[in-house]
Design a protein around this ligand. Structure first.
Ligand SMILES: C[S@@+](CC[C@H](N)C(=O)[O-])C[C@H]1O[C@@H](n2cnc3c(N)ncnc32)[C@H](O)[C@@H]1O
Length: 218
């Protein structure tokens, strides 16, 4: 936990992308959200994908442990906000966006009012194996039935590089969300040629996958 805080303090945020994620652009329609629908972005950092979602007229709820990330998101996007204390969180609230500063595992159903969709890019794969299990269980517990998750993962030979980002296989996605979710793989390609950091470490391949999960009643 403190490692993430120190990364933000020293600006070691190599995962942060200036461009909107192309898979989000490609598969955004699969959320099946009407305008003004609410989407949850767990472990949101200062992701520019949230700006894309706001531009689609959606409401965004995020959670992020670093106040630096949240304050940079608002300042870099020239958005006004107010700050308040809500339960264990500091809440940063702007027009159609609420970012909870605190621990994802402290979020409760009441913080995710009207959430119908979840966007996970570099969130599940930011966590080690134990935390991934805890994350999938907690996420499942706090979202409503029928909610859809767009989940982006990476898979590579884990022994050739330590995480984060961690390698998460299709089998693991199945195990993590098994029982509570309908799971559909939308996309999976080998893409080492666009991953110079992995190439430099001698990693043999990097598979990028996109899944659409839907919480179902069992
Ligand atoms: C790899 S970054 C990804 C950020 C964002 N999803 C993106 O695509 O840019 C992971 C983020 O999760 C945050 N984080 C890690 N564990 C967390 C937790 N338990 N609760 C809230 N935020 C957390 C870190 O501070 C970091 O900003």
């Amino acid at each position: 936990m403190t490692d993430w805080i120190s990364r933000w303090e020293s600006n070691r945020i190599g995962w942060h992308a200036e461009q909107v994620n192309r898979h989000l652009v490609q598969y955004y329609d699969r959320f099946d959200l009407s305008a003004e629908g609410t989407i949850f972005v767990p472990l949101c950092g200062k992701s520019n994908d949230m700006r894309f979602l706001l531009e689609k007229d959606l409401k965004v709820i995020g959670v992020e442990m670093s106040n630096i990330a949240i304050e940079q998101f608002f300042s870099e996007n020239h958005l006004d906000y107010i700050v308040s204390d809500v339960d264990k969180f500091t809440l940063y609230e702007g027009a159609r966006i609420k970012l909870y500063c605190g621990d994802f595992f402290d979020l409760k159903v009441k913080h995710l009012e009207n959430v119908r969709a979840i966007y996970d890019r570099a969130s599940l794969i930011a966590l080690n194996e134990d935390l991934r299990q805890k994350y999938a269980k907690h996420l499942s517990d706090i979202i409503e039935f029928d909610a859809r998750i767009l989940l982006l993962t990476l898979f590579y030979p884990q022994h050739q590089k330590s995480g984060p980002p961690f390698a998460v296989s299709k089998e693991e996605v199945g195990q993590l969300f098994n029982g509570s979710f309908d799971i559909q793989e939308l996309h999976c390609i080998e893409d080492i040629e666009n991953e110079p950091m992995f190439q430099n470490l001698g990693v043999d391949f990097v598979e990028k996958a996109v899944y659409l999960l839907q919480k179902v009643r069992m």
